[in-house]
Structure formats: structure tokens, C-alpha cells
Design a protein around this ligand. Structure first.
Ligand SMILES: Nc1ncnc2c1ncn2[C@@H]1O[C@H](COP(=O)(O)OP(=O)(O)OP(=O)(O)O)[C@@H](O)[C@H]1O
Ligand SMILES: O=C([O-])CC(=O)C(=O)O
Ligand SMILES: [Ca+2]
Ligand SMILES: [Mn+2]
Length: 727
């Protein structure tokens, strides 16, 4: 069985009450409007279907008729076998025409040998089976020719740039001897070694192309230490020495184009490297991958907006990496895979192999290198899978603004009335937790685009923190941790394989990566109309920001550019406890252009579509980290509910000192006294000091943005600067 798009109905015909903005979208976006909004929403267009041409599930010729042991059947009685002396059956010495004869004679296995029996167990299926009546570029190709083209494309990807021949690739698992190597070179040169040939070009590298989760499980369990099936069916893996991203080891090639286009210098995440050094690292990664017996190749998509879809290829050495990206990127249908062609962007993940510290620009044995001109990324010295996901996010932060589309480090969901909310926030502030809301459709948990048509998710999966995860507080995430899900760095019982989500022995940054359709009310395709609410999440370790404040546009921009939070331990290497951080656009580690470019786009989109900004503190209450405690998730959810329902928009507000934030006096389901943080601190003097201290941190952080214009004139810039803390 596989997922495919089923017939779509036009909701605009059957739902006359839909808001008018929906008419700006293609109708297929909203075919789930027919579904009653109960607690199990299954979008119409995501149907599980089985195509009889791929999946002959009921083919009697192929089914294995399992022979029972015949315990109840007296041998030689009424089963056609002639009885011999003493009533015992004669030993059959002649091979029967119909195959192995089971003891009871009732059922016959069609195989002649054990090997044949085993070969009956597996049916050919997509993506290796050609479709009936295929259309598209490859329609006239035979299966073999298609494989050859695919291998040539992969061979070209893996080619060294300094040697004449590409690697010798062969499709399939090296463990299966029956597969005779079919060579594919790019370019297809002579066989005999030349001056430029190396030993690695004489051997075969097997390509495991777009394997299914089941196949990847087997590869992981057989070959990767630390891979286990947990009691819920998820695959537990270890990411090795790195259990979080390494932003200090990220490098971006600075060439004539990127020199002018990208943001460089103080505050920028883009640490430069030159083209030559990139090629040195690329060669290192490619040589490492080619030296292996097998590599995994994933061809997938980014961005659910069909007009702005990006084709990505991920070449990696671990089943863990392949399954992670299978879950996190958009999974092509067999038809789409067949017409995939050449990728727009390629990742070479040689994470098990270090970079050479004597290479220019390298400051450690880890290097994550982005070359926009070559459309390539190289990963050396870290196996943390999040590098791939966030590396591609960086690419989108470059490509999308070029098309006037805003890329966002945000979660996104939609209510039954089509009201969309964005959840911005740094790592660990609650994007995944709060966008995964049982009463709303999930569009995505981490990376989105906002175009003229509305929002679209960049990814095909979610990446949830799972430290302290509880079934009761986060039921949808809990239930998504099942077969197919990658569980990183969790600790489990040796025997029962029950995961202990409280255990931080490996890391605090334990993670689950699952396909978005594992969330029952996922909105497939993951697109929606223009946002109504823009929620900025901050996990304030100082405990002085209110649980919720309503922002005007200038304040929204001020806080968006500031990107404040207390970084929660673990997601970035070396952070052991929460500490105040400012990260422009709530994602400075991923942006490629100056923050004001994204801010100006956000301001104009929010203004145009009348979106309301909110600041929600999911961090400390009743004191700073150490004295107070983390805001109860149940209260934050009530606050978010009140934002979605529109109730909070019309509440009574008062203004706070220093930050000048509008805070409501009441929110349904939340104790009123916590709404103004001053009430929750027993030491009022300490509160005021802490408030001023945080205000000072905001001010000094914002200094670098003071002389940057946001938008067309100075008006907005002045308003934004004035919207910060005042004392
Ligand atoms: N009041 C609260 N609001 C939101 N999350 C909370 C709250 N209290 C505790 N948490 C916990 O904080 C964590 C939020 O992590 P989440 O995965 O949502 O982060 P994220 O913003 O998606 O980060 P990333 O970008 O790294 O994926 C979860 O483990 C959640 O259980
Ligand atoms: O990238 C990661 O490792 C996890 C994540 O979503 C983030 O840090 O924003
Ligand atoms: Ca997340
Ligand atoms: Mn994230």
C-alpha cells in the first residue's frame, strides 16, 4: 500500500459559507472541508489506495500457501499417498511435478527449493516496478533503461571533479549476491584504469535508492550499532558524538554572487569559505562515500506549493540518515519519482568521516559546507541528522526570497474555519508542541513559506523534542512515535524496549522524526490561506515577560527582529542550561540575507492581510530559571485557544512598564494573577531589577539594527525602534 492523491471534490461548490480568501486557492487545497470536524480528521485527498498493477495483493499465483504440519491428519489416509507395509506411507523418492509436497498433503508450496520459497515471499513493488501506461519523460523507457539513467545521474552526483571516471555504481543491496553488478559510469569511459583512476573507481558502490522505512529498518538494525526497534515500533538510533547542530562549523561559499547577495559579517550565521576549500571538502566526502560498499540515495521534494517545489537529493552512508530524510522531506509518489530527473540541490552526508583540520577555514573536525552556486552541501564530522534538515532550510531562506516568498522558522496550523496561525520561535520554545493541536489542522511544525497565495509547509514531516514527553500532555506526538518514526538518542529498557522519555543520559535533545501524516489531523497537502495570527514564542528564562501580550505591527517587527528566547539546553552543542539568546527572525542560524529583508516582507504581508501579532512566553513564571518554574503547558494551550477563537482580541488590556506590552486582564482557563508576572514574584525588587536587566539586553542587542532601513521609507524603521523597551 502506498499513499496517493485520491479524487478531489470542489469544496467551493459544496461549502457555500467558506471565507472568500479561499477562492484565491486551487480548490484541491480544501477538499477536507467536507469532513465533520470531529476528533479524527482524515483529509479527503490523502487516501490509502493500492494500485493493483503494483500491488497484486490477491494474486493467487503469488500467494504462499503455508503448509500446516498435518498433526491431525493420519498420513496415508485419504490424502492420495498410497499406504505401504504396516499402514505406513511409502517414502516418496520422486520429485513431484507440483513442487514440495507438504506432509498433510492439503496445501502445496509452489517452490522447488528453499531459495525459491524465499523469493516468493517478496513481490516487486514501486519504486522499482514500472507503472502501467506511464506518461511523462520516461514513458517509453524500459525498466532497465530507467535504472541506468537513474544510476548515471547518481554517478554524476558522486563523481570526483578531479578524476576522469565517476564511481562504479550498482543498484541494490550488496548483501544480496544474486544481484549481478551492472556498471554505470558518468561519463561512460573505457573500463581500463587510466592515470587518473584510483582504486575506488575499480570497485562497486551499491546504491540503495529511496528505500522504504521497512527496508531501512533492516539496514539500520543489521549494520548500524545502536539501532533498535522500540516497544511502540519506532526505530531508536544514536547520532554519535554530536547530539545537536554545530552552527560554528557551518561555512558558506563566498563568491562574486553571494558576496553581494548574502548577509556577511557581525551577527551573520554565514561564515565564509572559498570555492576551492569547498571542493577539497566535497572531494573528501565523495571519496569517503565512494569507498563504501553502499550508499543511500533519497530523491525527494521540499515545499508543498507546487509552483515552488524544490527537488533534493540526499546521499548518505547511514540508514538512519536516509529514514530521517524520508520522514522529513516530501515523499514523491512512484510517478513523481519516475520523472524526477536531476535534482535542484544535493547533500553529501559523510558525517562519520571528519574534515581535515589543516584545511583552510576549518576550526574543528566538523564542517557543514554550503555552496549555493553549485547547489551542493557537504557534511563532514557530524552525524546529527538535523544538520541536513536545517541545511536545506538555509537554502530555502535564499531561494524563496528571490521569488518574493517569505521563508519562516515557524509552525503553522489552521482552524476549521480556515483561520491560519503561525508560531515563530527558537528551538525548544514550543512550535511543534503548540502547532500540534488536536482541535486544528496541522500544516507543519517548523519550516514554512508565505507567498502571495498563502502558506505552505517546506517539509513532509515533524521533528519533535521528546524530553519529558508524556502521553497525557502531548497525545498526538506520543501516538506518532510508532513504526517508521526515527527516535534519536533516547534511552529504553533493554528487554521491554519501553522508552524512558525522562532519561537524559545521552542528551537533553532527544528527538522524534515522523511523517506529518502520523498526526491524525494533518492538512494534506500542507498548504493554507494567509495567516490571521502571528504568534511569537519566547521561552523567557528570566520569568519577566507576560504569558501573553497583544502586539501592534511595530512591536511585532521589533520582537521578530530581536528573536529573543532562553535557548533550551541541547539543540545546539555546548549549551547546558537555559540562557538568554537573541536570534534575528527567530532563526538567525538559518537565514541567508540580512534580517531586515525578511522583516520587511513579514511587515508588508501582515499589514496586507490584517494579521495580528502576539508574544507568548512559554518559559518561566514566578521567578527566573532556578527560582520560578516553567509555564504550565495547559495554561499556554488555553492562551493559544483564546487567540485562535478571537476572544483574546477583544479582551480588556493594560500596558506593562518597561516593555510597554498590552496584557489581557483575563484569559479563560488561566489564573488571572499569573497574567501580569509582577504578581507571581515574591520579591518585587528582584522582579524590577530583572525586568530592567532584560530590557537592557534587548536594547544592546537591537543596536546593530538601528541604522538599517526596514521597508521603503524611514517611518516603519522609526516606529520599530520606538516599539522596544523604554526606560
Ligand atoms: N508552556 C509550554 N509551552 C510550550 N512548550 C512547553 C511548555 N512547557 C514545557 N514545554 C516543553 O517545551 C518543549 C517545546 O519543544 P518544541 O519541540 O515544541 O520546540 P520547537 O519550537 O518546535 O523547537 P525546534 O525548532 O528545535 O524543533 C517541549 O518539550 C514541551 O513539552
Ligand atoms: O535543527 C534542529 O536540530 C532542531 C530544530 O528544529 C531547531 O534547532 O530549530
Ligand atoms: Ca520542532
Ligand atoms: Mn526548528
Amino acid at each position: 500500500m502506498h499513499l496517493c492523491y485520491g479524487p478531489t471534490q470542489n469544496p467551493l461548490n459544496s461549502s457555500p459559507n467558506l471565507p472568500s480568501f479561499l477562492t484565491t486557492f486551487s480548490s484541491f487545497f480544501f477538499s477536507q472541508y467536507q469532513d465533520p470536524f470531529d476528533d479524527r480528521i482524515i483529509p479527503n485527498f490523502l487516501l490509502i489506495c493500492s494500485n493493483p498493477s503494483h500491488f497484486p495483493v490477491s494474486d493467487p499465483k503469488r500467494s504462499i500457501e503455508m503448509a500446516s504440519n498435518g498433526n491431525g491428519n493420519a498420513i496415508g489416509k485419504g490424502n492420495g499417498v498410497p499406504a505401504g507395509r504396516n499402514g505406513l506411507s511409502k517414502i516418496q523418492t520422486q520429485k513431484r511435478q507440483s513442487g514440495i509436497r507438504p506432509d498433510d498433503g492439503a496445501a502445496t508450496v509452489k517452490a522447488q527449493t528453499i531459495d525459491e520459497l524465499h523469493s516468493l515471499q517478496k513481490k516487486k513493488s514501486a519504486p522499482t516496478t514500472p507503472l502501467d501506461g506511464v506518461q511523462g519523460a520516461f514513458a517509453t523507457l524500459t525498466e532497465e533503461e530507467r535504472h541506468k539513467q537513474q544510476l548515471q545521474s547518481i554517478s554524476a552526483s558522486l563523481a570526483s571533479l578531479t578524476r576522469e571516471t565517476g564511481p562504479k555504481l550498482v543498484r541494490g543491496d550488496p548483501a544480496r549476491q544474486s544481484e549481478t553488478p551492472r556498471v554505470s559510469h558518468a561519463p561512460d569511459h573505457h573500463f581500463a584504469p587510466t592515470f587518473s583512476a584510483s582504486d575506488s573507481s575499480l570497485k562497486f558502490t551499491h546504491v540503495l535508492y529511496n528505500l522504504s522505512p521497512a527496508e531501512l529498518y533492516e539496514q539500520a538494525i543489521k549494520y548500524e550499532k545502536g539501532s533498535f526497534i522500540t516497544s511502540s515500533g519506532a526505530l531508536a538510533t544514536l547520532s554519535g558524538a554530536k547530539t545537536g547542530r554545530s552552527p560554528k562549523d557551518k561555512r558558506v561559499v563566498r563568491d562574486d554572487t553571494t558576496e553581494d547577495e548574502l548577509w556577511w559579517g557581525k551577527g551573520s550565521p554565514n561564515i565564509e569559505m572559498d570555492e576551492h576549500t569547498f571542493l577539497v571538502n566535497r572531494e573528501r566526502a565523495v571519496d569517503y562515500l565512494n569507498s563504501l560498499d553502499k550508499v543511500f540515495v533519497n530523491d525527494q521534494f521540499l515545499n508543498w506549493d507546487p509552483e515552488n517545489r524544490i527537488k533534493v537529493r540526499i546521499v548518505s552512508a547511514r540508514a538512519y540518515h536516509s529514514l530521517f530524510m524520508h520522514n522529513m522531506c516530501i515523499r514523491p509518489t512512484p510517478e513523481e519519482l519516475e520523472n524526477f530527473g536531476t535534482p535542484d540541490f544535493t547533500i553529501y552526508n559523510a558525517g562519520q568521516f571528519p574534515c581535515n583540520r589543516y584545511t583552510h577555514y576549518m576550526t574543528s573536525s566538523t564542517s557543514i559546507d554550503l555552496n549555493l552556486g553549485r547547489r551542493e552541501m557537504v557534511i563532514l564530522g557530524t552525524q546529527y541528522a538535523g544538520e541536513m534538515k536545517k541545511g536545506l532550510f538555509g537554502v530555502m531562506h535564499y531561494l524563496m526570497p528571490m521569488r518574493q516568498i517569505l521563508s519562516l522558522h515557524s509552525g503553522c496550523n489552521m482552524g476549521k474555519d480556515g483561520d491560519v496561525a503561525l508560531f515563530f520561535g527558537l528551538s525548544g520554545t514550543g512550535k511543534t508542541t503548540l502547532s500540534t493541536d488536536h482541535n486544528r489542522y496541522l500544516i507543519g511544525d517548523d519550516e514554512h513559506c508565505w507567498s502571495d497565495k498563502g502558506v505552505s509547509n517546506i517539509e513532509g514531516g515533524c521533528y519533535a523534542k521528546c524530553i519529558d514527553l508524556s502521553r497525557e500532555k502531548e497525545p498526538d506526538i506520543w501516538n506518532a512515535i510508532k513504526f517508521g518514526t526515527v527516535l534519536e538518542n533516547v534511552v529504553f529498557d533493554e528487554h521491554t524496549r519501553e522508552v524512558d522519555y525522562l532519561d537524559k543520559s545521552v542528551t537533553e535533545n532527544t528527538r522524534a522524526a515522523y511523517p506529518i501524516e502520523y498526526i491524525p489531523n494533518a492538512k494534506i497537502p500542507c498548504v493554507g490561506p494567509h495567516p490571521k495570527n502571528v504568534i511569537l514564542l519566547a521561552c523567557d528564562a528570566f520569568g519577566v515577560l507576560p504569558p501573553v501580550s497583544k502586539l501592534n505591527l511595530a512591536q511585532t517587527m521589533y520582537h521578530f527582529i530581536s528573536g529573543y528566547t532562553a535557548l533550551v539546553a541541547g539543540t545546539e552543542e555546548g549549551v547546558k542550561e537555559p540562557r538568554a539568546t537573541f536570534s534575528a527572525c527567530f532563526g538567525a542560524a538559518f537565514i541567508m540575507l540580512h534580517p531586515t529583508k525578511y522583516a520587511a516582507m513579514l511587515a508588508s504581508k501582515m499589514e496586507k492581510h490584517g494579521a495580528t501579532g502576539w508574544l507568548v512566553n512559554t518559559g518561566w513564571s514566578g521567578g527566573s530559571y532556578g527560582a520560578g518554574s516553567r509555564m504550565k503547558l495547559a495554561y499556554t494551550r488555553k492562551i493559544i485557544d483564546a487567540i485562535h477563537s478571537g476572544k483574546l482580541l477583544n479582551a480588556n488590556y493594560k500596558k506593562t512598564e518597561v516593555f510597554g506590552l498590552e496584557i489581557p486582564t483575563e484569559v479563560e482557563g488561566v489564573p488571572s494573577d499569573i497574567l501580569d508576572p509582577v504578581n507571581t514574584w515574591s520579591n518585587k525588587k528582584a522582579y524590577k531589577e530583572t525586568l530592567l536587566k532584560l530590557g537592557g539586553l534587548f536594547k544592546s542587542n537591537f543596536e546593530v539594527f538601528m541604522n538599517h532601513k526596514i521597508g521603503k521609507d524611514d517611518k516603519l524603521t522609526e516606529e520599530i525602534v520606538a516599539a522596544g523597551p523604554n526606560f
